[in-house]
Design a protein around this ligand. Structure first.
Ligand code: DMJ
Length: 541
C-alpha cells in the first residue's frame, strides 16, 4: 500500500513538473523559441568549425610606446600621485582581504558583492578591471596575485547570464590591456575564450546582439525594462574596439565582422533629426522609443565611433564621418547654455528637450577634446572649447554640493543650475566621468585648473567615501552626514583612480597618439590597419 502511495505521489509530481515546463514554454513568443533553436544550431556549427580550425598565426605586437613610470619631477605633484596610489592600495588590499574572487566588495559589511550584470557567478570583476591600473602604478606584487587568480580560477564555462556590454568593456577590455602592458599570454587566452562565449548573443534576426547571454547555453535575451524588447545603443554600440583587437590578435575575422555588421546596419537607418535613438529592436531592426542621450543608454556609442577612427591610426574614416555627423546633430538639438551661462547636454525625449544632464554625460567633455583634432571644417578650436565648457559645468555640479562630489544627475530648469532636484539623483557612486574629462583637458591644454579640480575630487573621495575597509558610494552629496551605499564599484579601480593617477603623471606615460582608452579606461594600442580590412595582420595577407 505504502509503495502504491509513493508511486502515485511520484507520478503526480512528475505531471506537475511537466505542466510547469509546458507553461514556461508557452510564455515564450515564437520569435524567442526560434531564436533559441537558431542559437543551438549555430553552436553546433561553431563547434564543428573549431574542430578543424588551424592554430592561430603569431601576430606581431603593435609598437608599444610609453609604458613607463611617468614620474613627475615636481615634488608636490609627485606627492599627490603617491596619495592616489595609496588609495588604490587601500581599495585593492581590502577587496583582497574581504572580497577576493567575488565581483566587487562591500567595504562596510566586509564581504563580496555582485549585481546582475555579472551574472550569478564569482568572476573576480574587480581583479580583471583593476589589473592595468595596478600595472601602471607599479604595484607589481598585486598585479601578479591578480594574474595568478585569473590563471587558476577565471572560468567562463558557467551557467550564468551576463551583460554582453559590461563583460566586454570590463573583462575583455581589461584582459586585453593587461596583455598589451605585460605581454603575459594568459590574458590574451582568457580574453579570446570569453569572447567566444559572447558570440551567440549575435544570433538574432538582425545581428544586433542581445543585451544578455548565458555563458553556458548561449541563449540571449534583452532587459525587461528596455523599450519594446529593444537592445540598447550604448551596449551594442560599445563592442568595436575590443572586437577589432580580438580579430587582430587571433587572425579570426569573426569578431570584426560582427561589429562591422552592426555599423553597416546603423548607417542604413533613418535617424530622427539626425539623432540616434537609444533603443533598437533586434528582431525587427526598428528603433524603439525616440529617446536620445549622450549619457546613460547612448554615451559610449559616440565615444567608440571616435575611438574606432583613432585606434585605426585614423584610417577608419567611415567611423570618423559617423562621429562627426552624430555630434553635429547633438550640438544642434541637445546642447544649450543655461541662464547662468553653463553649457549643458540635455536629453531628447519624443520631440522634447529635457534640461537635465547625467554624471555619465560628463565624459563628453573629454570626448570633444579628444576628437577636436581632425574635426570637420577644421573646427578643432571650437570642440576644444566645447570640451572646456562641459568640464566647467561638471566641475560646478561638484562644487555646488556639500561634499564637493557630483550628483548622479543635475538640472538646468526654473532657476536650478547644475544641482540635483530629486532625492534619487543625489548619490555619488565613485564614478569616473568628470575626472576622465579633467584628464583629457589636462593632456590637451595643460591648464593647471584641471589638476586643481582633480585634486579637489581626490580629497573629497578620500574624506567622504573612504571607510576603514575600502571605498563606498554615498547616497546624498548635499547632506553633511551622508550614508553609504556599501559598494566599492570595480570601475573605481579601473577608471576613477587610473584617470586621477594619469592626471598627476607625465604625458609620456601612455601617450594618446599611441593608446586609445576603452570606455572602462583600459588602454589599447593604436593598430595600423587599412580602412575596412585587417590587412595589418599577416593572417589576412
Ligand atoms: C563604466 O563602467 C563605463 O565608463 C561605462 O561606459 C559607463 N559608466 C561606468 C562608470 O560610471
Amino acid at each position: 500500500r505504502e509503495e502504491e502511495e509513493r508511486l502515485r505521489n511520484k507520478i503526480r509530481a512528475d505531471h506537475e513538473k511537466a505542466l510547469e515546463e509546458a507553461k514556461e514554454k508557452l510564455k515564450k513568443s515564437r520569435d524567442e523559441i526560434q531564436a533559441e533553436i537558431q542559437t543551438e544550431k549555430n553552436k553546433v556549427v561553431q563547434e564543428l568549425k573549431k574542430k578543424d580550425s588551424k592554430p592561430l598565426p603569431p601576430v606581431p605586437l603593435p609598437n608599444l610606446i610609453g609604458i613607463n613610470s611617468g614620474e613627475p619631477a615636481d615634488l608636490d605633484i609627485r606627492e599627490k600621485r603617491n596619495k592616489i596610489k595609496e588609495m588604490m592600495k587601500h581599495a585593492w588590499d581590502n577587496y583582497r582581504q574581504y572580497g577576493w574572487g567575488h565581483n566587487e566588495l562591500k567595504p562596510i559589511a566586509r564581504k563580496g558583492h555582485s549585481t546582475n550584470i555579472f551574472g550569478n557567478s564569482q568572476m573576480g570583476a574587480t581583479i580583471v578591471d583593476a589589473l592595468d591600473t595596478l600595472y601602471i602604478m607599479g604595484l607589481h606584487d598585486e598585479f601578479r596575485e591578480g594574474q595568478e587568480w585569473i590563471d587558476k580560477n577565471l572560468d567562463f564555462s558557467v551557467n550564468s547570464e551576463v551583460s554582453v556590454f559590461e563583460v566586454n568593456i570590463r573583462f575583455i577590455g581589461g584582459l586585453l590591456a593587461a596583455y598589451y602592458l605585460s605581454g603575459q599570454e594568459v590574458f590574451k587566452i582568457k580574453a579570446v575564450q570569453l569572447a567566444g562565449k559572447l558570440l551567440p548573443a549575435f544570433n538574432t534576426p538582425t545581428g544586433i546582439p542581445w543585451a544578455m547571454v548565458n555563458l553556458k547555453s548561449g541563449v540571449g535575451r534583452n532587459w525587461g525594462w528596455a523599450s519594446a524588447g529593444s537592445s540598447i545603443l550604448a551596449e551594442f554600440g560599445t563592442l568595436h574596439m575590443e572586437f577589432v583587437h580580438l580579430s587582430y590578435l587571433t587572425g579570426d575575422p569573426v569578431y570584426y565582422n560582427k561589429v562591422m555588421h552592426i555599423r553597416k546596419l546603423l548607417q542604413k537607418m533613418d535617424r530622427p533629426n539626425g539623432l540616434y535613438p537609444n533603443y533598437l529592436n533586434p528582431r525587427t531592426g526598428r528603433w524603439g522609443q525616440h529617446h536620445t542621450s549622450v549619457g546613460g543608454l547612448g554615451d559610449s556609442f559616440y565615444e567608440y565611433l571616435l575611438k574606432a577612427w583613432l585606434m585605426s591610426d585614423k584610417m577608419d574614416t567611415e567611423a570618423r564621418k559617423m562621429y562627426d555627423d552624430a555630434i553635429e546633430a547633438i550640438e544642434k538639438h541637445l546642447i544649450r547654455k543655461s541662464n547662468g551661462g553653463l553649457t549643458f547636454i540635455g536629453e531628447w525625449k519624443n520631440g522634447h528637450l529635457e534640461r537635465k544632464m547625467g554624471h555619465l554625460t560628463c565624459f563628453a567633455g573629454g570626448m570633444f577634446a579628444l576628437g577636436a583634432d581632425g574635426s570637420r571644417d577644421d573646427k578643432a578650436g571650437h570642440y576644444l572649447q566645447l570640451g572646456a565648457e562641459i568640464a566647467h559645468t561638471c566641475h560646478e555640479s561638484y562644487d555646488r554640493t556639500t561634499l564637493k562630489l557630483g550628483p548622479e544627475a543635475f538640472k538646468f530648469d526654473g532657476g536650478v543650475e547644475a544641482v540635483a532636484v530629486r532625492q534619487n539623483e543625489k548619490y555619488y557612486i565613485l564614478r569616473p566621468e568628470v575626472i576622465e574629462t579633467y584628464w583629457y583637458m589636462w593632456r590637451f591644454t595643460h591648464d593647471p585648473k584641471y589638476r586643481q579640480w582633480g585634486w579637489e575630487a581626490t580629497q573629497a573621495i578620500d574624506k567622504y567615501c573612504r571607510v576603514s575597509s575600502g571605498f563606498s558610494g554615498v547616497k546624498d552629496v548635499y547632506s553633511s552626514s551622508p550614508t553609504y551605499d556599501d559598494v566599492q564599484q570595480s570601475f573605481f579601480l579601473a577608471e576613477t583612480l587610473k584617470y586621477l593617477y594619469l592626471l598627476f603623471s607625465n604625458d609620456d606615460l601612455l601617450p594618446l597618439d599611441n593608446w586609445v582608452f576603452n570606455t572602462e579606461a583600459h588602454p589599447l594600442p593604436v593598430l595600423h590597419l587599412a580602412n575596412t580590412t585587417l590587412s595589418g595582420n599577416p593572417a589576412y595577407r
